[in-house]
Design a protein. Structure first.
Length: 192
């Protein structure tokens, strides 16, 4: 990862609209070429917020990275000069990156408020190191168990612990309900 340059006080965050699926390519290109284009004093941090999502298909658990804001990359940069006019060099550098549609706000993009970027960073921080289930469950919902000692049984969700990624499920065994703790990926929704 490139060494992080401390951004000056007049650097602001801007949202850049990208083609779907091109977000990572845009981020890597800007990081790679900002030095070569002598824009290190204009372009600072590039943020592509993601989270890890897990799901089960065919009895196999898989994890993949999902973008929190598909179609957008956030760039901390110095886009406006002291005269409040757009500085051409960083403006055209970003606009001409393959996969970039343009700045959110068109020819006069408004910077994101600090509270907005703080919320985005907090969301990234909260997702860091955790897997989020692709499917969200509700208390009282009926589910089928796919994995473990209770595979192929159905049960009712009694409690949800999103911090640990666990569900407490009541399973009927020999006519009596037994509480079982399972991970999200070990169950699936019963579809009508």
């Amino acid at each position: 990862m490139p060494a992080q340059v401390t951004a000056p006080a007049d650097a602001q965050w801007f949202a850049v609209h990208t083609l779907s699926g091109q977000e990572n390519k845009v981020k890597l290109y800007i990081e790679k070429f900002k030095k070569q284009e002598e824009l290190e004093d204009h372009v600072f941090e590039i943020l592509l917020p993601t989270e890890v999502v897990s799901e089960v298909k065919g009895g196999k658990k898989s994890s993949k990275t999902r973008k929190l804001y598909p179609g957008y990359v956030f760039i901390q940069m110095k886009l406006y000069g002291e005269d409040k006019k757009v500085i051409n060099k960083p403006w055209y550098f970003i606009k001409e990156v393959a996969g970039v549609i343009g700045f959110v706000g068109g020819d006069h993009p408004a910077a994101l408020r600090q509270t907005e970027i703080d919320e985005i960073k907090a969301r990234v921080e909260a997702a860091s190191g955790k897997e989020v289930p692709k499917v969200q469950y509700e208390v009282g919902e009926e589910v089928k168990i796919n994995d473990g000692a209770f595979a192929n049984l159905t049960g009712r969700i009694d409690e949800i612990d999103p911090a640990r990624g666990k569900l407490k499920i009541s399973v009927s065994i020999f006519g009596r309900f037994t509480p079982v703790e399972l991970e999200y990926w070990q169950v699936q929704r019963i579809t009508d």
